[in-house]
Unconditional design. Structure first.
Length: 256
């Protein structure tokens, strides 16, 4: 359920790498630096995995716990080792939560070390050969350094889906079930509210788990009804924020 611009750009990206010899014969290189931006759970990681699978390339995911060091220059040294290794073969290198390392250098709260890391990262990105496809994903594009944005030849938005899109997504999933519930997918989408594709998928999988474990005693209608009731009672960031606000108001009343 990728947005149309993303589907078209992904098609172009794959074609450029499959037919890279044609481009190089005419003095061009395929684009190989892609930045994905949008709220979590809407396909950024799946996009990166899909590119690697379509091109039959190794897929490497950067682990920040192994990359970011606590000592001066340690992170840059690890970045250098990473990029030196990556250059040895055609592959897809995926940075998830890229804002963890590509932060705005003008942020007064950041240290000089972070600024040096960002500058070194930009230099490494510039020097990568085109057979290494770098895909970076962020949930907070506003945190990225402006120079980071310029380094990426494709900048693709993965917006949160609306209810119509979620309804279509549910249709695709439910079509694979042995039994289809009577409740229309559009109404299910309305009951789910504002969700990501990942959340909608989790919900559908929970319905099927409940039905499967019922061993024929729980039909799809009952499983769906139960999961919708549980969905309404789930904990969400909004409910936590509301609880905190209530607690703060109660504390203010106590001290007034």
């Amino acid at each position: 359920m990728l947005p149309l611009p993303v589907r078209e750009h992904s098609r172009q990206l794959l074609e450029e790498h499959i037919r890279a010899d044609v481009l190089r014969a005419n003095g061009y290189e395929p684009r190989h630096r892609v930045l994905l931006s949008g709220p979590p759970g809407n396909g950024k990681t799946s996009f990166a995995e899909g590119v690697a699978e379509a091109l039959a390339l190794p897929f490497f995911v950067v682990r920040y716990d192994s990359l970011i060091g606590s000592y001066l220059g340690e992170t840059n040294a690890r970045l250098r080792k990473l990029f030196d290794y990556i250059r040895t073969q055609p592959c897809v290198l995926f940075f998830d939560e890229f804002d963890a390392i590509g932060k705005e250098r003008g942020d007064t709260h950041e240290t000089g070390e972070i600024k040096r890391v960002v500058s070194f990262l930009l230099m490494q990105l510039d020097q990568l050969p085109s057979y290494v496809i770098v895909i970076a994903a962020t949930n907070h594009g506003e945190l990225l350094d402006r120079a980071v944005w310029r380094r990426f030849q494709m900048r693709l938005a993965f917006p949160a889906p609306d209810r119509r899109q979620i309804g279509s997504f549910l249709d695709q999933i439910i079509d694979t079930w042995p039994d289809r519930p009577r409740l229309q997918t559009g109404k299910i989408a309305s009951k789910l509210g504002a969700v990501s594709y990942a959340e909608a998928l989790d919900f559908c999988q929970n319905v099927r788990r409940r039905q499967i474990l019922g061993l024929g005693e729980i039909d799809v209608e009952e499983a769906l009804r139960t999961e919708l009731e549980l969905w309404e009672a789930r904990v969400t960031p909004a409910s936590i924020d509301a609880e905190r606000s209530d607690q703060a108001a109660a504390a203010a009343d106590t001290h007034s």
